[in-house]
Design a protein around this ligand. Structure first.
Ligand code: HEC
Length: 457
């Protein structure tokens, strides 16, 4: 289209919807100190949210939110192909990794606002709206976890809702209100689905708009250094350079999410089985540190109720207690120090939580199945117990997979127990072939681990 045609369209729209002033409102936002890569994080978070909306709507077209259909419909989505492309799995992968990415980016955005001192006057209310958005993100992650209705989803939610039940006085009522009954069932699933797809998105839109309206009225916090004359001199508008930077940031986020979705598509464990009480549930990876912390804090109620209340209070009260106008992280050593401590603690706790249940040899279902047969045929059960069956001469192996022995350690154990335990009564199984030993090691590594046994169904 030529320039003349374009200006006629603009002219037409301007007469009818006043498009010129709207565009200039959207594009000519002044950025003190000029466009900056430091500003892209907020846009990245917004991008992940929009991606969650789009992929979520697509999934909802195929999802059936009842215990009879949820798992089957997700399984169906996973196998949905168009023109030979595994489109269903890709969309679910985008939604799954989009959630992880959103949690990470919300964390980065919060950290940056904290370090830059951007929560200080006059941005206290904008910060509070951000805290609400953080809580909404976590709630969306929690409610979305149940929807595939597989073992992991079911038992993870049992644990999560049990925690709610520990709150004094109102806990039990709250728990059964959320579950829609005593146990997890059809009502729980429709409660979670409605919260996840209707309640949260509408509140999200409301608060994101609120967040951005405040942002436009107060303006970006700008660099923490430099005098105002200098910043004014380097001032730029949102369009074009900042828009370009934001677009590049969003593209990078999309590429990361898409690669993860393609290379590591989300799994689907066997359908939720309420009688499989031996299942050991694990949370989504970004909740690992909380899971670990809750394991360590005793009495339980102190962690379950005290911890969220404490975190909530600190976040809400921060801008009202820290009222010094100083924003530069270089002049706020205590703020930087506490951010590092919190970050280090979260990472340390996550690593600790993962030791045992995630960083083990990747398991191969076929090998596991063969290994189980070798185990049963070689007389291991004469001395070892697994899930309550077997002898007592050797240690109970029901949770041996959580010990995290590497494969070569296990194979040595099968072939020559005395090299680990002098005077060991465990016989040598050196007559087994190398691949039988491998299969056996796979089987032993699975014991007690989330999702095993029965990975194939
Ligand atoms: C005669 C009894 C006996 C039999 C049969 C036996 N074990 Fe053992 N096993 C033991 C004892 C006892 C130990 C404890 C270490 C020790 O004191 O020797 C042990 C230790 C182990 C351990 C290491 C546990 C740990 O983490 O310290 C593994 C793994 C194991 N056995 C697997 C097997 C497998 C697999 C088989 C079958 C192929 C088998 N065992 C057969 C007696 C037995």
């Amino acid at each position: 289209m030529n320039e003349k045609g374009k200006s006629r369209i603009v002219q037409y729209l301007d007469e009818r919807i006043r498009i010129r002033s709207l565009m200039s409102f959207l594009l000519d936002e002044p950025m003190p100190g000029g466009a900056n890569w430091a500003y892209v994080f907020g846009s990245m978070v917004l991008f992940t949210l929009i991606l969650q909306f789009l992929t979520g709507i697509m999934l909802a077209f195929y999802y059936g939110g009842t215990p009879d259909h949820a798992w089957d419909s997700v399984n169906y989505i996973d196998h949905l192909t168009y023109g030979g492309m595994n489109v269903g799995r890709l969309i679910r992968g985008l939604h799954y990794w989009g959630a992880s990415m959103m949690v990470v980016l919300v964390g980065v955005h919060l950290l940056q606002v904290f370090l830059w001192g951007a929560y200080k006057k006059p941005r206290e209310i904008m910060w509070l709206v951000g805290v609400v958005l953080l809580a909404l993100t976590m709630t969306a992650a929690f409610t979305g976890y149940l929807l595939p209705w597989d073992e992991r989803a079911y038992w993870g939610t049992i644990v999560g809702t049990n925690m709610i039940g520990l709150i004094p006085m109102i806990g039990p009522i709250l728990k059964s209100a959320i579950r829609g009954g005593i146990g997890l069932g059809a009502l729980t699933l429709s409660h979670f689905f409605t919260i996840h797809t209707m309640v949260l998105p509408s509140i999200f839109i409301l608060f994101v708009v609120f967040h951005m309206v405040i942002f436009r009225r107060i303006g970006p916090a700008g660099p923490f250094s430099g005098n105002s004359l200098d910043l004014e001199a380097r001032k730029e508008f949102f369009y074009p350079r900042q828009i370009l930077m934001d677009a590049i940031g969003m593209l990078a986020v999309f590429l990361v999410i898409a690669s993860l979705a393609i290379l590591r598509p989300p799994g689907l464990e066997s359908v939720a089985n309420p009688s499989n009480a031996s299942y050991s549930p694990t949370p989504a990876w970004y909740f690992d540190w909380i899971f670990q912390l809750l394991k360590m804090i005793r009495p339980e109620i102190l962690g379950v109720v005290g911890l969220p209340v404490l975190i909530g209070f600190v976040l809400i009260l921060l801008p009202f207690f820290d009222t010094r106008p100083e924003r530069s992280p270089f002049r706020r050593p205590f703020a930087v120090f506490s951010a590092l401590v919190v970050l280090g603690t979260i990472m340390g706790l996550s690593v600790e939580a993962n030791r045992g249940f995630r960083q083990l040899v990747p398991l191969d279902p076929a090998s596991y199945t063969r290994g189980k047969v070798v185990f049963e045929k070689s007389g291991c059960m004469g001395c070892h117990m697994v899930s309550g069956k077997g002898g007592r001469l050797g240690p109970d192996l029901s949770e041996e997979g959580l010990v995290g022995h590497p494969e070569d350690w296990l194979v040595t154990q099968f072939v020559k127990s005395t090299s680990h335990f002098p005077n060991s009564p465990m016989p040598s199984f050196s007559y087994l072939k190398p691949d039988q030993l491998h299969d056996l090691a796979q089987y032993i590594s699975s014991l007690g681990r989330a999702g095993w046994p029965d990975p194939t169904k």
